[in-house]
Design a protein around this ligand. Structure first.
Ligand code: GRF
Length: 251
């Protein structure tokens, strides 16, 4: 019922208890994906869109590394705009960000999705897409922020590992958490093995996150995400959950 009201009117029936959803209507979200490497999360997202699990389309892929596999993947999969945007030697971060912002603004996506984009984005860029930029991080935030989530999880001797989707703010890996999935660290988990196990979860929570946003179920209240009730992760037709994993997808 709430979803129907969101979708029809874009207004929540209880405005005192809820803020407006990030996207107040059911729309096919137009995405820009930023990546730096392999592109397996991009692939998972494209697969979920093709399978009809996610109501979105990827209009633009930007990569900051030359010849990264994600570029070839995006081209093979027919993404309309694929751009290799390298920084030039000595280029200031703010100048790179300005270039990136110009490209993004010219495409004006509904949502910018960071999937292993290995650059720290400055405040101007982050603030240009308030609550419209999502990142996937290979650790259970707010622990193990930064570029080495898996390594740091193992080095800390954490018993539980996982991944997080969150909105991007100027606070690195510190924006409001959307979804998380977790698994137990095994005695035989090396960095590579754990990274592969966590990656499987990433491939599930990223498409799920985008779909929750497309459904208008994601709201922000006092800096915290709330996900309105609706079909849960386990009830929807996503790939089968990983055995033994814990998915926290909404309340
Ligand atoms: C993923 O582990 C993501 O969480 C991290 O970088 C990796 C990107 O992998 N930020 P891929 O390029 O999507 O395969």
């Amino acid at each position: 019922m709430y979803n129907m009201l969101y979708n029809l009117f874009g207004v929540h029936p209880h405005p005192k208890s809820f803020k407006s959803p990030v996207f107040p209507r059911l729309v096919t979200l137009r995405l820009a994906v930023l990546a730096s490497g392999r592109g397996s999360n991009l692939q998972a997202l494209l697969d979920a869109i093709d399978a009809g699990w996610v109501d979105a389309r990827v209009d633009l892929v930007i990569c900051d590394r030359p010849a990264a596999p994600c570029l070839a993947l995006a081209r093979e999969r027919g993404v309309p705009a694929v751009l290799e945007l390298r920084s030039t030697p000595g280029q200031k971060r703010t100048d790179y960000d300005a270039q990136l912002l110009e490209v993004l603004q010219s495409e004006s996506p509904d949502l910018v999705v960071l999937t292993g984009f290995m650059r720290i984005l400055g405040p101007t860029l982050c603030e240009a897409f308030p609550n419209r930029m999502v990142n996937i991080h290979p650790a259970l935030l707010p622990a193990f922020k930064g570029a080495h989530g898996i390594r740091d999880t193992l080095q800390a001797g954490a018993r539980i590992a996982g991944c997080t989707t969150h909105f991007v703010t100027a606070d690195l890996d510190g924006g409001p958490i959307i979804l998380q999935a977790a698994l137990a660290v095994g005695a035989d988990d090396t960095k590579e093995r754990l990274a592969a196990r966590v990656l499987e979860l990433e491939h599930q929570i990223l498409p799920c996150t985008i779909q929750r946003i497309a459904e208008g179920r994601v709201t922000l209240n006092c800096g915290k995400v709330r996900i309105a009730s609706g079909p849960s992760w386990l009830e929807s037709s996503h790939p089968a959950p990983v055995r033994g994993a814990l998915y926290a997808d909404g309340y």
